[in-house]
Design a protein around this ligand. Structure first.
Ligand code: M6R
Length: 611
């Protein structure tokens, strides 16, 4: 999604704006731009494509202003051209925007009727026109912004510059995140705006988050926050733990590669946080917002990979805690008008904590009298702040657009939650808890072992890279993992892939099977193992090309019929966390073999703050 940055400084800011935008690249974008204010005049540089194009523009025609805004754009309205790139300017106002102005057509028609002409196809440009028109009517810049915000429907984070105002930058938020940074040391008196703490990490760790509907007026003398009614409000200054070095790619070719390899370590960190390793029990460091023993059911909503994590967890909550689970993709859940029994528990899962549909589901559930438990990676995110309890996945910043370590950390944490619910509901006794905890504690070591399978997977990927379609099959928790495998392959290699419950094969997809179709089967030795193998035989009987991800039992049974990615033998309950690794490595190496950008796949955004 779009990234926003603003600097109100004491020296030329264009170079720093560009560096800061590079830290927002992970969000996904297809054009970029900056504007600075010099001698009272706004000057812009914008370019389609990657930041190197904008860098070239700035090298050819530098900007020298001490006050500026920058933007990486993920196109929603209008193609990713330089003309549609932000900042947009009208008259005295320049603006950058993350989100969607849903009523922009109505506003644009109204402005056109008054004689306004538009330079771009974007929804954002109406904002610059509205604010400029309000200023032409005699309002001061902050008044003009305050008058414009209630007219905008949709989701937005905005940053503004104004011609003739070299000590003024304004930010506003409704439905998309925006943070204010405070300069310190030799940067005292500098102020920043950013889409997230990560972007501002090299500049400052002192931040204040805008609440929904807030706007902030920044001058070199301070930051003044206002709420939806334009009443002055105080917003707490916090220290962010995100630091500059955390998003270094190190010796890895891609962030995705690094994040795949970090998993044994980060999963160990999650388990150490949510388990008592010496006692061999679950030990949540927070109190649950409901009594699990009295809970009739659990509702889960999430998007994309986080939804797959929820699906896998639904098996655990049902089996371990005997708790009925309803799970839905958040984009559907938010509009279903599902009646919810008061006092119930809603579980939201999100890496970013900003996904628009998941956030809307959270707010819907709140209105329905649910307690909110969120599983999020970004501690300072909107979802974390709006939840009764935010359980952190502790994966560290995930920069690759394709979620890897955040997914497995979600799984590890959800497994701990399922154990905690099971214990509280009396569905597992101390012995069973200790057994399951021991299974979980074995996971980081098993993952480290699986990373050694990489050379084999790399070879396999050379073959997969030539396929037109790929089928993933699994049963039990391997079924959602099959969905995740297909999603991962699609999003970074652009190969069409489908995930299916292995038992569904004969109800349709088996018609696709021929010697050209790679069928990747996830078959840990669990209680449906034999059933899965029968489905594999059905594929083999039709000359299907089977790639079996399984342990020694699978290898023994199907050594002749399938190509095997040999997994270590393990207890079955949490195998999905370990089997996630080959699934991720297959997608990664296939994309790299095909010459695709694994970290920033086309059309995708890391943090999806629009519907
Ligand atoms: O930040 P979130 O976890 O809420 O994001 C949800 C999805 O957008 C995300 O998982 C997406 O599907 C990833 N690109 C998958 O790799």
């Amino acid at each position: 999604m779009c990234g926003i940055v603003g600097i109100l400084g004491a020296r030329p800011v264009a170079g720093t704006l560009l560096e800061t935008l590079k830290r927002l690249e992970y969000r996904g974008y297809d054009s970029a731009g900056v504007a600075t204010l010099e001698n009272g005049q706004i000057t812009r540089r914008r370019a389609a494509g990657k930041l190197k194009n904008l860098e070239a523009c700035l090298a050819a025609e530098p900007l020298f202003g001490h006050l500026g805004i920058g933007h990486t754009r993920w196109a929603t309205h209008g193609r990713p051209t330089a003309i549609n790139a932000h900042p947009h300017q009208n008259g005295k106002v320049a603006v950058v925007h993350n989100g969607i102005i849903e009523n922009f057509k109505t506003l644009r028609d109204e402005l056109r009727a008054k004689g306004h002409t538009f330079a771009s196809d974007t929804d954002t440009e109406v904002v610059a026109h509205l604010v400029d028109a309000a200023m032409s009517d005699g309002l001061a810049p902050a008044e003009a912004v305050a008058a414009t915000l209630p007219r905008l429907k949709g989701a937005f984070a905005l940053a503004f510059l104004f011609e003739g105002e070299d000590d003024l930058m304004i930010g506003a938020r409704e439905g998309a995140p925006l943070v204010v940074g405070f300069g310190a040391g030799d940067k005292t008196g500098e102020f920043y705006l950013g889409s997230d703490a990560l972007a501002l990490a090299p500049l400052t760790d002192a931040l204040a988050y805008l609440e929904e509907g807030d706007y902030v007026v920044l001058t070199r003398h301070g930051a003044k926050f206002y709420d939806t009614e334009s009443r002055p409000v105080a917003r707490k200054r916090v220290k962010t733990p995100a630091s500059a070095f955390l998003i270094d790619r190190g010796n890895y070719r891609h962030f995705m590669d690094k994040e795949i390899h970090e998993q044994p370590e980060v999963i160990g960190r999650v388990l150490a946080h949510y388990l008592d390793l010496s006692a061999g029990t679950v030990a949540l460091p927070f109190e649950l917002p409901v009594d699990p023993a009295r809970l009739p059911r659990l509702t889960i909503a999430a998007c994309g990979t986080a939804y797959m994590a929820g699906l896998i967890a639904s098996y655990w909550f049902e089996r371990i805690a005997k708790l009925p689970v309803e799970i839905e993709v958040a984009s559907e859940f938010r509009y279903r008008e599902a009646p919810m029994q008061k006092g119930g528990l809603m579980l939201l899962i999100s890496q970013s904590g900003e996904t628009a549909d998941t956030l809307a589901s959270l707010r819907y559930a709140k209105q329905q009298g649910q307690k909110i438990l969120s599983v999020v990676n970004v501690a300072t995110s909107t979802m974390a702040r709006e939840s009764d309890v935010a359980a952190l996945t502790l994966a560290g910043p995930e920069i690759g657009v394709a979620s890897t370590k955040a997914f497995t950390c979600q799984l590890a944490l959800l497994a701990c939650l399922a154990l905690a619910f099971g214990r509280a509901r009396g569905t597992i006794d101390a012995k069973e808890e200790a057994r399951l905890v021991a299974e979980l504690m074995a996971v980081p070591g098993l993952m480290a072992e699986v990373l050694h399978r990489e050379p084999k997977i790399e070879l396999l990927a050379r073959d997969l890279g030539k396929a037109r379609d790929v089928l993933y099959l699994g049963r039990g928790t391997s079924y959602p993992l099959a969905l995740e495998g297909a999603l991962k392959l699609k999003e970074i290699s652009y190969i069409h892939a489908e995930g299916y419950a292995a038992g569904e094969l004969k109800h349709g997809p088996i018609a696709l099977v021929d010697s050209d179709l790679p069928v990747i089967v996830l078959a840990p030795r669990d209680r449906v193992f034999e059933k899965t193998l029968s489905n594999v035989q059905e594929v083999a009987a039709r000359n299907g090309r089977i790639i079996l991800i399984s342990d020694s039992a699978g290898a023994n049974d199907l050594g002749g019929e399938a190509e095997i990615i040999a997994m270590p033998d393990m207890a079955p309950e949490f195998s999905a966390i370990v089997y996630a690794l080959p699934v991720q490595m297959i997608a990664y190496h296939t994309a790299v073999f095909m010459g695709k950008d694994a970290d920033q796949p086309r059309n995708l955004a890391k943090s999806v703050t629009v519907e």
